[in-house]
Design a protein around this ligand. Structure first.
Ligand code: HEC
Ligand code: HEC
Ligand code: HEC
Ligand code: HEC
Ligand code: HEC
Length: 177
């Protein structure tokens, strides 16, 4: 269903606070909180972002310049894994994709409905940390969705109610068009 038909289902004039409360009671998001799908290669953020302290943007290379943060190409991984842990079964799976010149078919964890506009770079450049929205990814053996991603969650932060507090536009057209 597109936004227009859903929007028509919202009765009359409702102030944003009431609407946000109403919508935060359940989630219409396409993906759901706590979900952690099985991945084709068991990639541990704990090792890379935790122990090795690699910067998130080393792999999610466009988080600060594009609406989409990006997922790393196999070549980024092979920069290390042609020599590191080559005997491990998960690394052999990874090398298999590399040798066949295939992208790893990573399963998407977070997904907003198509009618929502979410520019990553605006958030990253305003100083909102990855962890504020995604939780302590560097401690997650398997990444899961740490926040609801529902409209109430977005609007609460845009109206200054998050910790630490931020401010951003919250007219309907800023997130929907
Ligand atoms: C060495 C590369 C690498 C580094 C460093 C890295 N990631 Fe990732 N990240 C990946 C890969 C590969 C995936 C896809 C597989 C998965 O979901 O586990 C992923 C998935 C994710 C996802 C889920 C994406 C989705 O499908 O919704 C989030 C969120 C994420 N990373 C955040 C972070 C954060 C925050 C950091 C820094 C603390 C970080 N990553 C550091 C490689 C990396
Ligand atoms: C900067 C170097 C570096 C990069 C880049 C890197 N890794 Fe790693 N990776 C490591 C190191 C070091 C280990 C720990 C090896 C060990 O425990 O023997 C590791 C461990 C792993 C393991 C766990 C292996 C096991 O079973 O114990 C997987 C899976 C893995 N990496 C996948 C990836 C993927 C996928 C990418 C690209 C998205 C990637 N790595 C990028 C250095 C790197
Ligand atoms: C203000 C909250 C917020 C911040 C800050 C944030 N993200 Fe996200 N992230 C999201 C939402 C919401 C989605 C789902 C977007 C969608 O479906 O269009 C997402 C999706 C992702 C994805 C999956 C995208 C894909 O195409 O598969 C990755 C990877 C990711 N974020 C990494 C990061 C990293 C790394 C940082 C820090 C540099 C970061 N995010 C900062 C909220 C945030
Ligand atoms: C800061 C971003 C943001 C703003 C501002 C915003 N929305 Fe949303 N809206 C979302 C997100 C994210 C979703 C999808 C997740 C959900 O349904 O909670 C959504 C979902 C919706 C839905 C579909 C709910 C369903 O049943 O699935 C409607 C209708 C809607 N918004 C109307 C509005 C109206 C009207 C306004 C202005 C009063 C508004 N939105 C302002 C982010 C926003
Ligand atoms: C933790 C705080 C936080 C959360 C959660 C958050 N945002 Fe934001 N958002 C911001 C900040 C800060 C800015 C940047 C404001 C600026 O640049 O002046 C921003 C900017 C935006 C913009 C650009 C607005 C403009 O000025 O054009 C959009 C669109 C947006 N967010 C959508 C969303 C949606 C959709 C969600 C939920 C899925 C969301 N945001 C969740 C803090 C947040």
């Amino acid at each position: 269903m597109n936004l227009r038909s859903r929007w028509l289902a919202v009765p009359g004039f409702i102030c944003i606070a009431a609407l946000a409360t109403m919508l935060s009671a359940y989630s219409g998001a396409s993906s759901s909180e706590r979900s952690a799908p099985e991945q084709p290669v068991r990639f541990p953020h704990t090792v890379h972002a935790g122990t090795l302290k690699m910067n998130c943007v080393y792999c999610h290379f466009s988080a600060n310049k594009s609406p989409d943060p990006g997922l790393p190409a196999v070549g980024t991984c092979m920069g290390c894994h042609t020599v590191v842990a080559t005997g491990k079964p998960e690394i052999q799976k990874l090398a298999g994709y590399w040798n066949r010149k295939q992208a790893v078919p990573w399963v998407r964890v977070h997904k907003l409905p198509e009618y929502v506009h979410f520019p990553h770079m605006r958030h990253v450049n305003a100083g909102v940390s990855c962890q504020t929205c995604h939780g302590q990814v560097q401690n997650m053996a398997t990444v899961y969705q740490a926040s609801s991603l529902n409209m109430g969650w977005c609007v609460d932060c845009h109206t200054g109610q998050s910790n630490p507090p931020f401010r951003a536009r919250y007219d309907c057209a800023s997130c929907h068009y």
